[in-house]
Design a protein around this ligand. Structure first.
Ligand code: CUA
Length: 354
């Protein structure tokens, strides 16, 4: 084999290796990548995914065509002893072709693109579940006004039913400042929309199968932006109905021991900088006053807390109450300087709010 041939072979092998590496590292889904739009679990996520597959397929074909022609030209017309390049300026035929072909391809892709945009913007099914999502720094409020209750940080939805989310931006942050823009997205269930203060956006979500789906606020909204996780539980209609009826009934509270002391502390705030009840409502009713901090009715029935970033267990609650901004940078809940006894009592009370 001549030296130039072996060099060419090596170059081709390197290029192929690079291509395979790029193709395999960039697109991941499954257990390790729960926030992926490449593994849709409902029709409103499947539509944009299908569009992506189509355009990606077209792009791959174009890539190989263009690179193929380029390689052919490079090899076919490469430098040779005594060969002189043809000298000319412009080629109308080629230029018209190179303008018309991409324009036609783009016009072709526009057809399913516009169709998808209109499909996704359509009103949901008439039996859709309506949920108002209010974004706060740095947690989520879910208002189920049709069922007259409010909850925080964990969205519940029945499978095989449209969920129509009204994304509402709070105007003030409850601490004398202005709220900011957030953005809602659970990639496996639907698209994404910004949540703008003083404005309402709407988006449809739907899950084909029961499961726990994760998302993330995706608009830089302050120090706690990275700690603003979204959790959605897609449930069978039966489980969802049960959950709704649990939320509608008053929370059962333990009335003795640490939990009773915690209840007293929660409301009176005795020996604390301020009582918990000043910011957190224990009344799930949607008519209850707006929440400065997450509504805590039925808190013990949630799997996570503080923007769905911590698992709801005794150890995490203790760490949280000891110093909220210390464990979640940017958290608006101040460090209340609680003693160990106060923390034990408050955690016992929170864990009794079934
Ligand atoms: Cu809220 Cu980023």
């Amino acid at each position: 084999m001549t030296p130039s041939r072996s060099r060419l072979r090596r170059a081709c092998a390197s290029a192929l290796l690079l291509l395979v590496t790029l193709a395999t590292v960039a697109c991941q889904s499954g257990e390790d990548a729960p926030q992926t739009s490449l593994d849709p679990a409902g029709p409103f996520a499947a539509k944009p995914d299908g569009l992506w597959n189509l355009t990606f397929g077209i792009a791959v074909i174009i890539f190989f065509l263009v690179e193929g022609v380029l390689l052919f030209v490079l090899l076919r017309f490469r430098h040779k002893e005594g060969r002189v390049a043809a000298q000319f300026h412009g080629n109308t035929k080629v230029e018209v072709l190179l303008t018309a072909v991409p324009a036609l391809i783009l016009a072709g892709i526009a057809v399913p693109t516009v169709g998808t945009i209109f499909d996704l913007a359509d009103k949901p099914d008439p039996d859709a579940i309506n949920v108002t999502v209010v974004a706060h720094q740095f947690w989520w409020e879910y208002r189920y006004e049709d069922f007259d209750f409010v909850t925080a940080n964990e969205l519940h939805m029945p499978v095989d039913k449209d969920v129509y989310l009204k994304l509402e931006g709070a105007v003030d942050d409850g601490f004398g400042g202005a709220e900011v823009i957030h953005s809602f997205w659970i990639p496996r269930l639907g698209g994404t929309q910004d949540i703008v203060p003083g404005h309402a956006n709407f988006i449809k979500y739907r899950a084909d199968e029961p499961g726990r789906f994760l998302g993330q606020c995706k608009e830089l909204c302050g120090l706690g932006h990275g700690y603003m996780r979204i959790v959605a539980h897609a449930q069978t209609q039966e489980d969802f109905d049960q959950w709704v009826s649990d939320q509608q009934s008053p929370a059962s509270e333990a009335q003795q021991g640490d939990a009773a002391a915690g209840k007293e502390l929660f409301t009176s705030g005795e020996g604390m900088a301020q009582p918990c009840a000043g910011c957190h409502s224990l009344e799930a009713s949607a008519a209850a006053k707006p929440n400065v901090g997450p509504n805590l009715a039925h808190f013990a029935s949630r799997g996570t807390f503080a923007g769905a970033i911590f698992e709801n267990n005794t150890e995490n609650l203790q760490r949280w109450l000891r110093d909220p901004p210390g464990v979640k940078p940017g958290a608006k809940m101040p460090n209340l300087g609680l003693s160990s006894d106060q923390i034990t009592a408050l955690v016992a009370y929170l864990e009794s709010l079934e």
